[in-house]
Design a protein around this ligand. Structure first.
Ligand code: ADP
Ligand code: MG
Length: 701
């Protein structure tokens, strides 16, 4: 296998270069046009493209194709069909039609639809997203041609995460172009761009298999803290161990082949934690790529005898994993709309787009919070290691100062000195690293993009970007309405900016987001603090949410309600699985280990006494009392958790009550059970303890 990244890059992608090589000129031009405008291909063109795609795939050794889609589970789904078509004379040829390329009917009725599909109209259709190129998935069994598709119901309702994402990109495009036009821009398209940094843990596969909690729930449900955690900060950016380096090299190669520009890799804060970051690209492609990244991370781990944990909090007591969603907007002419420019005209435009994001984030903070909500992330947000559950924006001193001046009646000078008036003079160049010092902010401006740091490591980035695109589109629409009718553009811009800063400065916070003072201060400012998933999710179906999503054609009311139902149901299911896994482990592994241990100690005490020698058995006695006491407490906690789970199940049917009960009562019972079991772990003979401990899991490689 070639290791030259340049030769390897995109070899498994039916990309523009490959299309250009294989398609007649006129067809290629047509395809490119539809790709850029997001329109549908005509049937005759689709046939030609499909055939070229098949030839390419078959030459590479593929026998099957699949429409690759992203149902609301947050995972990806595929159903493979072979290219084989019988010719009637006992032979067969490899065929792939335009129809098969453009549209599929995988049925796939078992995916959650939140009530969008009733069985009699259970058909689900997939439709090619021609703006995301087809690619070949490769493993030891062969290659499969994957066609990125949207997944919709018979009535056209979105059953997936891609369809609303594409709709939100369209909304943003429309409104951003309106604003740009008032500044005299000739841009024809605005796309949001995303680069998603991905954190993950790697542990030994053999040890992983011996932990039922990791196997069943992706996180450790038990486990006393190791003597050494991340205290010394010796893992962060540390030298990468050879076994991990070999893994990362193969990961890079696999990703490059798929056209994922894997760029950065390093060790993260927690022991056994790592990160990869790709170069940013258009949001829908970045979302597809992140799904592939998560899949390949796990696949390659398997080949190296490793298990890759994508859970937001696999281990208590050390940092969890997130996904930094770097977001900006760019024109087809290559202008980054969040790049502070060098001429006055660009500056004014930059400030408008920047302030649009500020207003959107403040006004729709609850929606952003919802977009990062899942059971796993509840362990992270607000736990003094990840951003708090309170949304705020970090802008850095310089930009904050500029906004302050706008509010105080026009821009006169910048912190760095020099004249500054919107539209007249220049913004001082913003040094990129000057703005990226704050690591505690959930939403930070980092020089020429915003970094949304709340997103969980296991989650699809579709949700956060659907929200970002839509809420920014909404504010841009308001701004466009005003600018389009303005007589004096500069004066209007100043007026708009002034109002935005006055109305929304409460969302700007450059201090320590982990501090207790911030929680108090944020409450004073009237910012939301939606601590848990069940607290946050109902905001998804608030009046405000329905209105903004419907207005921009991103979600209909039924589509939105279905998402709420699915997310709440998923939350309940995850906690239910975790609770049941805990009960099983406690009853079948931990309590028996405790009994074995106490029996051993008791036997030892009796044996010593039987010798007739006057030996001191106080230590053994104390140990026996402590261990027996803990076994009793664990057993009581098991009963409490069992009762809580049973009660929770009774509430099924009322999503909000169901979710809240799991979030309050079941989670509390789980914590109590864990606490008592972890205490027992600390005193039981290590050779009796039934599964690998934190020390073994985190320091084995
Ligand atoms: P850091 O966040 O550590 O300072 P970088 O500046 O390299 O690191 O950026 C991190 C991520 O942000 C990368 O995935 C990068 O491609 C992405 N990124 C950079 N510019 C943009 C942009 N204009 N839009 C979206 N993502 C971007
Ligand atoms: Mg970053």
């Amino acid at each position: 296998m070639s290791v030259n990244p340049i030769e390897l890059y995109g070899t498994n992608v039916f990309n523009e270069a490959e299309m250009k090589k294989r398609l007649p000129k006129a067809v290629f031009k047509e395809v490119k046009k539809t790709m850029e405008s997001g329109q549908a291909l005509s049937d005759s063109i689709a046939d030609i493209v499909a055939n070229a795609m098949k030839e390419w795939a078959v030459e590479r050794g593929a026998t099957h194709f699949t429409h690759w889609f992203q149902p609301m589970t947050g995972f990806t789904a595929e159903k493979h069909d072979s290219f084989i078509s019988p010719t009637g004379d006992g032979k067969a040829i490899m065929e792939f039609s335009g129809k098969e390329l453009i549209k599929g009917e995988p049925d796939a009725s078992s995916f959650p639809s939140g009530g969008l599909r009733v069985t009699f109209e259970a058909r689900g259709y997939t439709a090619w997203d021609s703006t995301s190129p087809a690619f070949l998935k490769e493993d030891s069994t062969g290659l499969t041609l994957c066609i990125p598709t949207a997944f919709v119901s018979y009535n056209g309702e979105a059953l997936d995460k891609k369809t609303p994402l594409l709709r939100s990109m369209e909304a943003l495009n429309k409104q951003a172009l309106r604003v740009l036009k008032t500044f005299g821009s000739s841009a024809k398209r605005v796309n949001s761009t995303v680069g998603a940094e991905q954190e993950y843990f790697l542990i030994d596969k053999g040890l992983f298999k011996n932990r039922k909690d990791l196997v069943l729930s992706g996180r450790t449900l038990f486990g006393a803290k190791p003597a050494k955690g991340q205290d010394l900060d010796d893992h962060y950016f540390g030298a990468i161990k050879e076994r991990i380096a070999a893994y990362m090299n193969e990961l890079d190669r696999e990703l490059w082949k798929l056209g994922v520009t894997s760029k950065t890799k390093h060790n993260e804060v927690a022991p056994a934690q790592h990160e990869m970051a790709p170069l940013f690209t258009t949001t829908n492609v970045a979302t597809d790529h992140n799904q592939l990244v998560m899949e390949i991370l796990q696949k390659v781990a398997n080949r190296h005898g490793l298990a890759c944990l994508l859970h937001e909090k696999p281990f208590a007591g050390v940092n969890g994993s997130g996904k930094h969603n770097n977001w900006s907007m760019a024109t087809d002419e290559g202008q980054n709309l969040l790049e502070p420019g060098t001429n006055p005209h660009e500056n004014m435009q930059f400030l408008v787009f920047l302030c649009a994001v500020v207003r959107a984030v403040d006004k729709y903070q609850d929606l952003l919070r919802v977009s990062a909500a899942n059971a796993g992330n509840d362990h992270r947000l607000g736990a003094n290691e990840a951003p708090p559950a309170i949304i705020s924006i970090f802008l850095g001193d310089q930009l904050t100062d500029i906004l302050e001046q706008i509010k105080d009646g026009g821009l006169t000078n910048s912190k760095q000195g020099g004249e500054l008036k919107v539209g007249v003079s220049t913004l001082p160049p913003l040094p990129r690293d000057n703005t990226d010092r704050n690591r505690t902010s959930p939403f930070a401006f980092t020089g020429n993009k915003f970094e949304f740091r709340m997103v969980g490591s296991s989650a699809s980035i579709a949700g956060p970007n659907i929200v970002l695109n839509t809420i920014v589109a909404e504010v841009l629409a308001e701004i466009a309405d005003e600018l389009e009718s303005a007589i004096d553009l500069t004066a209007k811009v100043e007026e708009i900016l002034k109002k935005i800063v006055a109305d929304h400065e409460r969302i700007i916070f450059n201090g320590d987001g982990y501090s207790d003072e911030w929680v108090v201060e944020a409450e004073k400012r009237g910012l939301s603090n939606l601590r848990t998933t069940p607290d946050a999710l109902p905001k998804l179906i608030s009046e405000q949410a329905l209105e903004v999503f419907e207005k921009h054609g991103v979600f209909s009311k039924t589509e939105l309600i279905s998402r709420f139902e699915i997310m709440m149901e998923q939350y309940c299911k995850v906690i239910n699985i975790e609770a049941n896994a805990m009960l099983e482990i406690a009853k079948r592994q931990i309590i028996p280990a405790g009994i074995k241990f106490t029996t051993e100690v008791a036997t030892s005490i009796n044996a010593i006494k039987a010798t007739g020698i006057d030996a001191n058995t106080t230590a053994q006695g104390a140990l026996l009392a402590a261990a027996s006491g803990l076994v009793a407490t664990i057993s009581e906690n098991v009963v409490t958790l069992e009762e809580a789970v049973a009660k929770a199940e009774d509430l099924e049917g009322d999503s909000k009550a169901h979710g809240s009960f799991y979030g309050d009562k079941v989670v509390a019972a789980m914590s109590a059970l864990r606490e008592s079991a972890d205490e027992l772990e600390k005193i039981v003979d290590s050779s009796i303890w039934p599964f690998p401990t934190y020390t073994e899991l985190l320091y084995n490689i």
